[in-house]
Ligand binder design. Structure first.
Ligand SMILES: [Zn+2]
Length: 234
């Protein structure tokens, strides 16, 4: 086997380990980032709590208004039926006032139901968010130290593998390394393919005879005509 083929195989092997370790690190990062949701949840719970308080206060205000209107209606009723008004014009005016007050009271009473529901909705949402938040915080407290520990270990391992990679790529000719890196990216981490009985082991296409014999003889790189990977004879 050609020298650079050996070097590239070693490099590929290091890159596979590096990529696996990097994925592990990404997973720990994602786990830690998912915990960024806790402050978001906290914020939402707080907003919901404030909204519930506001809606409760609004309901209380509406209830006070309705009570006042109810009293006013009763008062006007007493005046209409109490027999103290002798003047027809005054009676008509009071009756009209009473009609208006009744209408206002009806409207006020109609708004009580929705206001109560709205306050209860916000209170329920607050409660649910608070429960979710408590659960998240509990599970986070339990898992965070372990995740951080694993992440630090993975970081160190990645650093070691990166050194190993630098070492492994040091003696690969520049052009070959450029091709290798390009393929590594384009072919999702596998830039090299072995050839067995004339078949590319990455894409399973049989090489043309001419290519196969060039691969055996050649001291320059041969790439697969189908998948483009750097071919290594086995
Ligand atoms: Zn191929």
């Amino acid at each position: 086997m050609r020298l650079s083929g050996d070097l590239l195989l070693t490099l590929q092997e290091v890159d596979e380990r590096l990529s696996a370790k990097q994925q592990e690190l990404d997973a720990y990062n994602a786990e830690l980032e998912a915990q960024a949701e806790i402050p978001v949840l906290m914020q939402r719970a707080e907003e919901e709590r404030e909204s519930a308080i506001e809606r409760r206060a609004n309901l209380a205000r509406l209830e006070v208004d309705a009570d006042a209107l109810r009293e006013r209606v009763e008062e006007l009723e007493e005046r209409v039926y109490g027999g103290t008004i002798t003047n027809l014009r005054e009676l008509t005016a009071v009756e009209e006032e009473q009609t208006n007050a009744r209408r206002e009271l009806m409207q006020a009473e109609e708004s009580l139901g929705p206001a109560r529901l709205s306050a209860e909705d916000a209170e329920r949402a607050t409660e649910e968010l608070t429960t979710t938040l408590a659960e998240r915080e509990k599970s986070w407290a339990a898992s965070a130290p372990k995740t951080r520990r694993h992440m630090n270990t993975a970081k160190k391992e990645v650093a070691v593998l990166e050194e190993e990679r630098a070492e492994a790529s040091k003696n690969v000719p520049g052009e070959e390394l450029a091709l290798y890196d390009q393929l590594l990216f384009r072919r999702h981490g596998v830039a090299i393919a072995r050839v067995e009985r004339g078949v590319c082991q990455a894409c399973h296409i049989t090489l043309p005879l001419k290519e196969a014999s060039r691969l055996r003889r050649s001291d320059s790189l041969v790439t697969c005509g189908n998948c483009g990977r750097i071919l290594i004879p086995s």
